[in-house]
Design a protein around this ligand. Structure first.
Ligand code: ADP
Ligand code: MG
Length: 277
C-alpha cells in the first residue's frame, strides 16, 4: 500500500499538519458601532508576527471591542456593526467567502475570567476546542497534544498526575493556564488575551507572563492590560487607546514599548503611563 493509505482510511489530522507558522495580523480602519453608538473610529494597527502587542488605555475606550473584532466575536452582538478590514497574513478574515470557524480557529481568545469547563477533566478541557472545530485525531496524537499544550501553558508539572481531575478544581491561576492550553490545542496563529491576569494573584500573573514570552516564539500575541508594569515586561509594542468625552475610541499613540514608556510623544500617553488618569 502507498504511504498515503492509512490517512485515507482514517481522516485524522496529525498535530503538525495544523501548524502554519508565524502570522502578522493587521487591522485597517476599524470602525465599530453598537446600534448608533460609535465606539471605535478608523483604528489601524499592525501586530507583527511573533511579537507581543499590548493594548492599553482607560476603561470604556474600546480595547475589548477591538480585540473581539480581531477574531469575529463582535458580530455575535446583534446591534454590532463594523467597517474596515482585519488581515491575517494579508487575507481578510471578514471575506464573505471565508468561514467564521476558520477565523476563530486561527485566532484564539483568552478572557479576563478563567472559564474552563468546570466539570470536564483537565484533559477534556484541553481537547474541547477540537470538538468544536470538528478536528479528528488519533488517541496517541491527542495524548501528545494534551501534554505539549499543558507544557506550553506552563501547567504540565502541576497537573500531569491528575489529568482526569475536573478543571474546576484548579486554582484561578491554574484555570487561566488551562484556558491558555485549551486555546493552543487548536493551533491558533494569533492569541488574543483580554486582561488575562486581572483576576489573578501576583505569582500566577508572573507565571503567565513567562508563559506568554515563551509562546511568542510560535504565536502572535495581543494582550489588553491595565497593568503598566506588565505591558512593559512582556510587550514589544504598545498601542494607547483613548476615548475622549463623548468621542469614539482611537489610538492616540503606538510604537515600541520602551520608547513609549520612556519618551511618549503625546502628553495624554505620558499622563496615562505615569498613572495620572
Ligand atoms: P474597554 O475594553 O476599553 O473597557 P469596551 O470595548 O468594553 O472598552 O467598550 C467600549 C464601548 O462600547 C463602551 O462605551 C461600552 O459601553 C460599549 N459596549 C461594549 N460592549 C457593548 C455591548 N455588547 N453592547 C453595547 N455597548 C457595548
Ligand atoms: Mg475591556
Amino acid at each position: 500500500p502507498s504511504p498515503q493509505a492509512p490517512l485515507q482510511l482514517d481522516p485524522a489530522v496529525s498535530v503538525d499538519a495544523l501548524r502554519e507558522g508565524l502570522a502578522e495580523l493587521e487591522a485597517r480602519d476599524i470602525t465599530a458601532w453598537f446600534g448608533d453608538h460609535l465606539v471605535l473610529d478608523r483604528v489601524s494597527l499592525t501586530m507583527p508576527a511573533g511579537g507581543i502587542t499590548a493594548l492599553i488605555g482607560p476603561s470604556g475606550c474600546g480595547k475589548s471591542t477591538f480585540l473581539r473584532i480581531l477574531n469575529r466575536m463582535h458580530e455575535l452582538v446583534p446591534s454590532a456593526k463594523l467597517a474596515g478590514e482585519v488581515l491575517l497574513d494579508g487575507e481578510d478574515i471578514y471575506d464573505p467567502s471565508k468561514r467564521l470557524i476558520d477565523a476563530r480557529r486561527a485566532i484564539g481568545m483568552v478572557f479576563q475570567k478563567p472559564n474552563p469547563f468546570p466539570a470536564m477533566s483537565i484533559r477534556e478541557n484541553v481537547l474541547a476546542g477540537l470538538k468544536l472545530t470538528g478536528t479528528r485525531m488519533r488517541r496517541s496524537d491527542k495524548d501528545d497534544l494534551v501534554e505539549s499544550c499543558l507544557i506550553k501553558g506552563g501547567l504540565w508539572n502541576e497537573v500531569r498526575d491528575r489529568l482526569d481531575a475536573p478543571g474546576g478544581g484548579l486554582s484561578g491561576g491554574q484555570q487561566q493556564r488551562l484556558c491558555i492550553a485549551r486555546s493552543l490545542a487548536i493551533r491558533p496563529r494569533v492569541l488574543l488575551m483580554d486582561e488575562p491576569c486581572s483576576a489573578l494573584d501576583p505569582t500566577s500573573t508572573r507565571v503567565i507572563e513567562e508563559t506568554m514570552l515563551e509562546l511568542a516564539q510560535e504565536v502572535t500575541i495581543v494582550i489588553v492590560t491595565h497593568n503598566m508594569q506588565q505591558a512593559a515586561r512582556v510587550s514589544d509594542q504598545c498601542a494607547f487607546f483613548l476615548a475622549s468625552q463623548g468621542q469614539p475610541g482611537v489610538i492616540v499613540e503606538h510604537g515600541d514599548t520602551s520608547a513609549m514608556f520612556q519618551s511618549p510623544q503625546d502628553s495624554r500617553t505620558y499622563d496615562y503611563v505615569n498613572g495620572r488618569f
